[in-house]
Design a protein around this ligand. Structure first.
Ligand code: SAH
Length: 406
């Protein structure tokens, strides 16, 4: 629905902190008081579990939603689209459900440095006459700028996504980014994406400056992150989320754990210190390379990572007789949730506990319904507010075998 006019204001309505809150497709809840947002999110997840999953939640230990202290400037990553308007290069964010750019120079859930980076890139494009990409004609060069910061280290990465094989005068861009960001800037790269697609990043990334990665910590585990790798966007809340996942996994040091959809190994390494052995599986090759480096970086030896589709890798390993006694499976799939094959194999492997980390409560509810048909029981649920001011929710659930103690 679209807001047409306000007849009677809700007691929870507040003045949005951002001037483009209504037109921008990013934060949909800027006009809602934050404590009401947290209630809304808790209700959304519970309702999905009831209505889609068919769960009676009276026997489930539902913990209070974990919110932020101050839901502002929390995102460690932003991807700004570039386009053209009235013959000028512009940037901002896409308006809701469209690809027209709402122009702005600051986003209050993003880092303050974004503004300087965007200015440096726009000035560079102007000076060297480099046009932004135009989706309709497929012409033009600069498509997106990806900016990432390690909150614990202060390190910054800038990646320019281009519709070309190289960026003319890129040395000048590196110079001006270095002078705008100083020694915190650890990586500048270009990513080549010449396809007519909504997918932001192409396959090839070329480093122009630095090592091609930044480093960051979650808790005391250090991570190396490249432009392509998935890395949770809200580091403050991520630590709380992973701590909850660790608590639900109830590790004593004796367990064999599988971390499916492991990204750069964040959850795997977070759990490895408390487990006997952790296996991680992830589809993006570059992320697994990072995961292996991250294990080395932290001297963690009781982990092994696989590249591939999680559902195919665990099914293959199961059918080859390589895996039998798994104590805990952690899954953290993308929004579309678990593949049916993954669920079928999990139900053959029958780990004692399943910890399901989910960024979409409707697919979570659908998947839990299948897992809880016969073998598992939904024991605990915590919603963690990872995406403050947007309607997206993150939750973590504990499932345990029906005939076994937690
Ligand atoms: N657990 C990680 C990443 C979670 S995001 C973290 O917390 O950082 C989901 C991840 O699933 C992404 O890294 C994505 O690349 C990966 N992915 C998507 N489909 C997959 C599949 N079929 N098999 C394995 N990994 C997949």
């Amino acid at each position: 629905a679209r807001l047409d006019s306000i007849i009677k204001e809700s007691p929870d309505r507040i003045e949005a902190k951002c001037s483009v809150a209504r037109s921008c497709g990013g934060c949909t809840l800027q006009s809602l008081d934050y404590s009401a947002e947290l209630k809304l999110k808790q209700n959304k997840v519970e309702n999905h579990l009831k209505r889609i999953g068919g769960f009676d939640l009276s026997n489930v230990e539902i913990e209070d939603i974990i919110g932020m202290e101050d839901p502002i400037r929390y995102r460690n990553k932003s991807q700004f689209p570039f386009g053209r308007k009235n013959g000028k290069n512009i940037t901002g964010y896409f308006a809701g459900r469209t690809h027209s750019i709402v122009e702005f120079d600051d986003c209050i859930i993003g880092i303050e440095e974004n503004k300087n980076v965007l200015k440096a890139v726009l000035d560079f494009m102007e000076k060297y006459d480099i046009p932004a990409y135009d989706e309709e004609s497929g012409k033009g060069v600069v498509r997106h700028v990806l900016i990432r910061k390690g909150f614990a280290t202060g390190e910054l990465m800038v990646c320019i996504v281009i519709n070309a094989n190289s960026l003319p005068h890129s040395d000048k861009l590196v110079e001006s980014l270095c002078s705008a960001l100083g020694s915190d800037l650890k990586s500048v790269s270009i990513n080549i994406n010449k396809k007519n697609t909504n997918v932001i990043l192409g396959e090839k990334t070329v480093t122009l400056y630095g090592n091609g990665y930044i480093e960051d910590y979650i808790g005391d585990v250090k991570f190396r992150i490249s432009p392509q790798s998935f890395y949770q966007v809200n580091p403050v809340q991520t630590k709380k989320l992973y701590s909850k996942a660790l608590e639900y996994a109830a590790l004593t040091g004796e367990e064999t754990v599988w971390d499916m959809y492991c990204g750069i190994g964040t959850i795997s390494l977070f759990l490895a210190k408390s487990a006997k052995f952790v296996y991680g599986v992830e589809i993006v090759d570059a992320a697994i390379q990072n995961a292996r480096e991250n294990a080395k970086l932290n001297n963690i030896e009781n982990v092994k990572f696989f590249v591939g589709k999680a559902e195919e890798v665990i099914t293959g390993e199961y059918e080859n007789g390589n895996i039998r006694d798994i104590d805990v499976i952690v899954v953290d799939p993308p929004r579309k949730g678990l593949d049916k094959l993954a669920i079928d194999t999990m139900l053959k492997l029958l780990p004692k506990r399943i910890v399901y980390v989910s960024c979409d409560s409707s697919t979570l509810a659908r998947d839990l319904k299948m897992l809880c048909e016969k073998e598992y029981e939904l024991k605990k649920l915590t919603v963690v507010d990872q995406f403050s001011r947007s309607y997206h929710t993150e939750s973590v659930c504990l499932l345990s075998r029906k005939d076994k103690a937690v």
